[in-house]
Design a protein around this ligand. Structure first.
Ligand SMILES: Cc1cc2nc3c(=O)[nH]c(=O)nc-3n(C[C@H](O)[C@H](O)[C@H](O)COP(=O)(O)O)c2cc1C
Length: 340
């Protein structure tokens, strides 16, 4: 898939998720098969840029190209300035958030609330595309409400304003996260424009990914919640789309290696105090699907040091490897856990 000058190695993209898609998680998902990973949104109000939270959101480290940063707001000139600022900080693609229903975002008439004002959408897109020399992408929902599915009109406005790719979550703003995502409107949007269209919403397996591509005719997919605690979903989907065969689930040792590496990276990135708190939700997601995960999860949320957090996880995985392994090299395999 092509976005401006960038050819992605596949068309599977980690959806932007505030509080989740930070640098450690984006790097991990890229390593495990995502073609691109969109950052957490950055508020367009410059008064908010100098906070620790915003500063960390614009760190790119060794993140592979292309680095896509999402911006949110409702004032065209502020969004244009914010886009320029983020390009100076290393963003190679700017993504505009018109898809988020969160109250914190919508109260300020940003996110998906903007879809109600098509003239404002046009002004925002024109200002932002005109402000930067990098591709600008847009993320929307299918409309304001089931009675006002104006996604096709918004998509045409986006194309006319020079937007390079459009991601569509198959729910309206009024739907929030209720019900099932519907893909017919995404299909109608895909048929109405020539820019790449990415389908999004409830894609949680390789088979579902193939089905959504078939129904919508979309050029690629955005995957959000299903990647929480399962960052390897990208390589599973990629493999299935290329070969038609299911990739084997990672074994317990690989899960341990991925998870411990991720948690240790969070500790380094945020520092101990914040790092172990951010890590708790990821640990919860990873352990959701692991045997006896609930018990260790309860203990992990109570500890207040990074070393203890990692220690409990090492102990847990050591036990699991012992319990599920028939071979005699358990000792050497569990020793590998100590490297994190
Ligand atoms: C915790 C969380 C945070 C999110 N933050 C954002 C955001 O900052 N910007 C945005 O456009 N969408 C945001 N979303 C929406 C997702 O990008 C995605 O559109 C939605 O979750 C549907 O996709 P999924 O079913 O694959 O999760 C967020 C979703 C979740 C669950």
């Amino acid at each position: 898939m092509q976005i401006g000058p960038y050819t992605l190695r596949n068309s599977l993209i980690l959806a932007p998720m505030a509080g989740v898609t930070d640098l450690p998680y984006r790097e991990l998902c890229r390593r495990l098969g995502a073609g691109m990973a969109v950052s957490e949104m950055v508020a367009s109000n410059p008064a908010l840029w100098d906070t620790q939270k915003s500063r960390l959101r614009i760190v790119h480290g060794n993140e592979p190209e292309p680095r896509s940063v999402q911006i949110a707001g409702s004032d065209p000139s502020m969004l244009a300035d914010c886009a320029r600022y983020n390009v100076e900080q290393g963003a190679q693609i700017i993504d505009i958030n018109m898809g988020c229903p969160a109250k914190k975002v919508c109260r300020k008439e940003a996110g998906s609330a903007l879809l109600a004002d098509e003239r404002l959408v046009e002004r925002i897109l024109t200002a932002t595309v005109g402000a930067v020399g990098v591709p600008v992408t847009l993320k929307i929902r299918t409309g304001i409400s089931p009675e006002r599915r104006n996604g096709v009109r918004i998509a045409k406005i986006a194309e006319a304003c020079g937007i390079s790719a459009l991601a569509v979550h198959g729910r309206t703003r009024a739907d929030a996260y209720r019900g099932q995502a519907e893909y017919e409107t995404i299909r109608a949007i895909k048929q109405a424009v020539r820019i790449p269209v990415l389908a999004n919403g409830d894609i949680d397996s390789a088979e579902k990914a193939a089905e959504v591509l078939r129904i919508t005719g979309a050029d690629g997919l955005l995957i959000g919640r299903a990647a929480q605690g399962r960052p390897w979903i990208f390589r599973e989907i990629d493999h299935f789309l290329r070969t038609g065969e299911r990739l084997r689930e990672p074994d317990i040792e690989e899960v341990a290696t991925i998870m411990l590496g991720h948690i240790a990276h969070l500790h380094r990135f945020y520092g101990e105090y914040q790092g172990l708190r951010v890590a708790r939700k990821h640990i919860g997601w990873y352990l959701n699907t692991q045997p006896n995960g609930a018990e260790v999860r309860r203990r992990v949320v109570r500890v207040d040091s990074a070393e203890e957090q990692l220690g409990l996880l090492r102990e847990y995985f050591g036990r699991q490897i012992n319990a599920y392994s028939e071979s005699s090299d358990v000792a050497s395999r569990t020793t590998a856990l100590a490297t994190y």
